[in-house]
Design a protein around this ligand. Structure first.
Ligand SMILES: *Cc1c(COP(=O)(O)O)cnc(C)c1O
Length: 397
């Protein structure tokens, strides 16, 4: 039978891979380099970091780098990918190449918090104005787009308050005004949200989360719809020496072969725990995109093909910040720490009055990241947390 192109999950495990020197295994090699050697002075003189069929120096990548870049570009259905040493660096390099002083950028009010820090720091210094929009605004974003708007940033669902944005409507309005649309696609790891099909020009991931999958490294990727956008990102990455260690890249290559399996498992357990928490009297709202409490749930049903392992609960009005701390500190298996996508479950609470102008709930919000522990242990653990809410008020110990 003729060979056919593999489906996406198969392609993560069986990518086309050149055979070097007749050695074949199931594992990609890890090619390290600072110096790359050239066959002739002419080849050295004609080198170009934009030519991804050749190699120039460690900072512009080795075959290990190209392997992961190609795999992510293929996975997301984009033109090409550039890797960065953290998800945050990828976020920064999806913005910086496209703005000059005097420009305007729109970001959702629920954006990943370091983007706000970037807006008040480097971008402010560059005289780039960053304005927040309501993540549920949809086509109404047109009213906030100015002639100087260069980038409309979308993060969906928001990673703490979980609002699902109408990406196609936002993209139509942005494109009508000549602005680029960047999607932070970390939540779905590029799988359950087809960002390019829904209008994105660039898709950013924290590879730190599901692709790496084991809480042991940080890395990010920027994938673009077309060559011109890729050149702009790549150019700035090369100007500023952005690159990743091949050993870390190898770990992401390895992680990605099991990523769909891990996400599907997390999806099932997370949904089950979220539905159960919804029945608990201590819980006012369960913000999980697949459940109706979540703002933008209908958009999630339309645009996403699944959900992953994070969601938030809003406690009843009586349970404030101290109660949230008691809840979290009573948990045995949920660690207190940032990120998600590894084997261990995590829980955090966020002070939303600080970052939001209109956060309507009095009860504290707790964001849960579900790992791969036995669901029964996690449920018992959450029961422990809920029981701790009933203990006497006072500072958490
Ligand atoms: C984690 C995260 C990032 C940043 O990734 P790091 O690798 O931790 O720097 C960016 N965006 C979102 C939505 C994230 O959750």
């Amino acid at each position: 039978m003729a060979h056919k192109k593999p489906l996406p999950e198969t392609a993560l495990i069986h990518p086309p891979r050149p055979v070097a020197g007749g050695f074949r295994s199931l594992v990609p090699g890890t090619e390290r380099a600072s110096t790359v050697l050239f066959d002739s002075v002419a080849k050295w003189r004609n080198r170009s970091g934009f030519d991804e069929s050749t190699y120039t120096y460690g900072t512009t990548g080795t075959p290990t780098t190209r392997d992961l870049q190609n795999r992510i570009a293929e996975w997301e259905g984009g033109f090409a990918t550039v890797l960065f040493p953290s998800g945050l660096a990828a976020v920064v390099y999806a913005l910086l190449p496209f703005v000059v002083p005097g420009d305007h950028v729109l970001v959702p009010a629920n954006v990943y918090d370091p983007v706000r820090t970037l807006a008040n720091g480097l971008l402010k210094r560059m005289n780039v104005a960053v304005e927040a929009y309501d993540p549920l605004v949809g086509a109404g974003i047109a009213a906030q787009i100015k002639p100087t708007t260069r980038v409309v940033w979308v993060e969906t669902p928001g990673s703490i308050t979980m609002e699902v944005s109408d990406l196609p409507a936002i993209a139509r309005a942005a494109h009508a005004a000549g602005a680029l649309v960047v999607v932070d696609n970390t939540y779905s790891a590029g799988w359950y949200l087809r960002a390019f099909e829904l209008g994105a020009d660039l898709s950013v991931h924290a590879l730190t989360k599901y692709p790496a999958g084991h809480s042991d490294l940080v890395m990010g990727s920027v994938t673009t719809r077309d060559e011109a956008t890729w050149r702009a990102v790549k150019d700035m990455a090369m100007q500023t020496g952005q690159c990743c260690a091949p050993d870390d890249i190898y770990l992401v290559l390895r992680g990605m072969t099991t990523m769909p399996l891990r996400i599907r498992h997390a999806e099932q357990v997370t949904l089950s725990l979220a539905r159960w928490l919804k029945t608990r009297p201590e819980v006012k709202l369960v913000l999980h995109p697949a459940l109706p409490d979540c703002p933008g749930h209908d958009i999630w049903k339309r645009d996403f093909t699944g959900s992953t392992g994070i969601f938030s609960i809003v406690l009843q009005d009586d349970y404030g910040a101290d109660a949230a701390a008691r809840f979290i500190e009573a948990l045995q298996y949920f660690g207190i720490g940032a990120s998600w996508g590894g084997s261990a479950s995590l829980a955090l609470t966020y002070d939303l009055d600080r970052s939001r102008s209109h956060w309507p709930h009095r009860g504290a919000l707790v964001r849960l990241a579900i790992g791969f522990e036995d669901e029964r242990d996690l449920r018992e653990d959450l029961e422990r947390g809920l029981a701790a809410l009933h203990h006497s008020e006072g500072p958490a110990q």
